[in-house]
Design a protein around this ligand. Structure first.
Ligand SMILES: CC(C)(COP(=O)(O)OP(=O)(O)OC[C@H]1O[C@@H](n2cnc3c(N)ncnc32)[C@H](O)[C@@H]1OP(=O)(O)O)[C@@H](O)C(=O)NCCC(=O)NCCS
Length: 224
């Protein structure tokens, strides 16, 4: 597995770069003053969404994730974080509003427990997913329902010691493609592995992440 990054409170860390994409990670369980400073740039709608979350921990994690996302995008767009505007796809996929400069900057966000990542790509659709590697008693049933034949074959071919990590590798890859496509929860997706460039990373020890972008080179090969 790749080397894990050491995340420090309030600091956005690069975890992967290359092939036209970048992944940045940060911790969500941070001190109250950092939550306040990070969440300062949220708009009214985001504040309402945070206020609607029942648990204080979830409110804090949402505020930090959205605040850091705004900071990352703002630094790329050279504007203030509070000025970043989003639009949402039919199933909730966020993207930069058409009023933003450099609208071809694509991003995807994932959160799991106290870690979040933002993946960035220019001009190509990107999807990212991270998961904390914890025991999943129903992993085999999920694999039967959700994995493609080849994913299922690789998963069931793993020995007991690699099974859990193998499950999360496939799962995060599937979720990353779903997120690149802007699909909704439980929507079956059909995807061709050749169409996507998949990179894996470890945003923190005990987590697994997959990030995908469209692999246009595979199209070039098949259409010429
Ligand atoms: C909505 C969904 C994308 C959220 O994923 P998740 O693993 O629960 O949560 P993550 O933290 O990884 O992602 C959440 C982020 O994804 C983004 N997001 C929300 N809806 C999205 C969509 N339709 N497409 C892409 N990204 C989306 C948002 O940035 C969100 O962050 P926010 O909550 O801070 O606003 C996911 O639940 C989903 O629908 N996946 C579809 C795939 C699927 O159903 N697989 C099972 C097949 S059997």
């Amino acid at each position: 597995m790749d080397k894990a990054v050491e995340l420090r409170s309030g600091i956005i860390m690069p975890v992967l770069e290359g092939d036209g994409l970048e992944v940045l990670a940060f911790a969500l369980d941070v001190e109250p003053d950092i939550v306040g400073a990070t969440g300062f740039c949220l708009n009214d709608e985001e504040r309402r969404r945070a206020a609607g979350l029942r648990l204080e921990r979830d409110r804090r994690r949402f505020v930090v994730a959205r605040g850091q996302l705004r900071r990352v995008l703002a630094s790329r767009l050279r504007i203030a974080p509070s000025v970043v505007e989003f639009e949402y796809g039919a199933l909730g996929k966020p993207q930069l509003s058409h009023r933003m400069p450099a609208r071809d900057l694509r991003f995807s966000v994932s959160r799991s427990k106290d870690v979040a990542v933002v993946a960035l790509s220019t001009a190509q659709e990107v999807g990212v997913d991270i998961e904390a590697v914890v025991p999943v008693p129903e992993a085999d049933e999920i694999a039967t329902l959700c994995f493609s034949a080849s994913e299922y074959g690789s998963y069931t071919g793993l020995g007991p010691e690699g099974r859990l990590e193998g499950f999360f590798r496939c799962w995060t890859q599937l979720e990353a493609v779903s997120k690149a496509l802007g699909c909704g929860l439980g929507q079956p997706i059909s995807w061709d592995e050749e169409d996507w460039l998949v990179r894996r990373f470890v945003p923190r020890s005990g987590y697994i992440g997959s990030v995908v972008i469209r692999n246009w080179r595979s199209r070039d090969v098949t259409t010429h």
